[in-house]
Design a binder for this molecule. Structure first.
Ligand code: CUA
Length: 341
């Protein structure tokens, strides 16, 4: 008997398929090239969910291999051949039926018991020592308030490592969803009710967050950054936020302050010692944030000028109106805001 050789085309197809499989599975394996991954947990909450995910994945992989193996074996063993007898029929085989009913019940228990445990664990009330953060999802940016510390910020959430945080989530306008892939979520942020997430960040670093519920034109632009501070650094950040803003004596910045005070800006923004608006983000320490407008843009003079002159162009549907500021005026405003460390 001569052995049939595999056609080169078949070899190429198999190699290509394995290549694609290898590339596809390597996606999301490191935080460096995929910061939105959910399989590199950085909090207790995310770790519990990831453990569940892994348990279910491995269990179902084992089932897949068993079932496919049995199927392939039967296809080969009982394949049609000239003169082959009809295999023994097992229809109505009581011991077989009892054993696979039990086997499936065991699989359901393996998945069900830890799932129910995790559901209750992630709904537990926080300890009294937890750091409370009130999160407001707004079209299209995030407000973070620390009621115990008297600090309000926007789009950049600062947390201390190893400290349990109790998030109170609410939405003044439409439904959003709070999601920091490596720390936890998603949890809906719903008008007329307060939802909760309790978690403890375990590794210092900067992690991206994103609104995960379609909420209108700039839903995709409703991002935020999470900065988990190493021990001791969070207190420094809080102290800086609690202090009055440091203003520069630069004439352009001073001119900007005057424009700010006389314009419609004051109706929407809080700026300690200057204005008390509540529609837009608190600008008291605007320059301490590295991004703005739903964490969409880096905080640079060029971006800020563009934003002031045409917010809707930068973030479609933006609630911030175009106040008709141009040239010198917008540059002065930007200089003032960038002085507010
Ligand atoms: Cu907020 Cu999508």
């Amino acid at each position: 008997m001569t052995r049939r050789r595999l056609a080169p085309r078949a070899v190429r197809t198999v190699v290509l398929l394995f290549g694609v499989l290898f590339l596809a599975t390597s996606c999301g394996w490191s935080l460096w090239d995929n910061p939105m991954t959910t399989v590199r947990p950085r909090s207790d909450f995310a770790r519990w969910i990831d453990d569940m995910f892994m348990l279910i994945s491995w269990t179902t992989l084992a089932i897949f291999i068993l079932v496919e193996g049995a199927l392939l074996y039967c296809c080969w063993r009982f394949r049609e051949r000239p003169g082959a007898p009809i295999p023994k029929q097992v229809h109505g085989h009581t011991p077989l039926e009892i054993s696979w009913t039990i086997a499936f019940a065991v699989v359901l228990l393996i998945i069900g018991i830890p799932t129910i445990r995790i559901i209750f664990k992630t709904q537990e009330a926080p300890a009294a020592t937890a750091l409370r953060v009130d999160v407001a999802g707004k079209q299209w940016w995030w407000e973070f308030k620390y009621p115990g510390l008297n600090v309000t910020t926007a789009n950049e959430l600062h947390l201390p490592v190893g400290q349990t945080v109790a998030f109170h989530l609410y939405a003044p306008d439409v439904i959003h969803s709070f999601w920091i892939p490596v720390l936890g979520g998603k949890r809906d942020v719903v008008p007329h009710r307060v939802n909760h997430i309790v978690l403890t960040p375990e590794v210092p670093g900067e992690y991206p967050g994103q609104c995960a519920e379609y909420c209108g034109m700039s839903h995709a632009n409703m991002r935020f950054r999470v900065i988990v501070h190493a021990k001791g650094e969070f207190e420094q950040w809080v102290k800086a936020q609690q202090a009055p803003p440091v203003e520069s004596t630069d004439p352009l910045a001073q001119q900007g302050k005057e424009i700010f005070g006389k314009s419609a800006c004051v109706g929407c923004h809080t700026l300690a010692g200057v204005s008390l608006g509540h529609i837009g983000p608190d600008l008291t320490h605007f320059a301490s944030r590295t991004t703005f407008a739903g964490s969409l843009m880096r905080t640079t003079p060029e971006n800020l000028v563009k934003w002031i002159e045409n917010p809707d162009h930068m973030k479609p549907g933006a609630r911030m109106p175009n106040l008709g500021m141009t040239g010198e005026q917008s540059r002065a405003l930007a200089a003032y805001l960038l002085s507010l460390k």
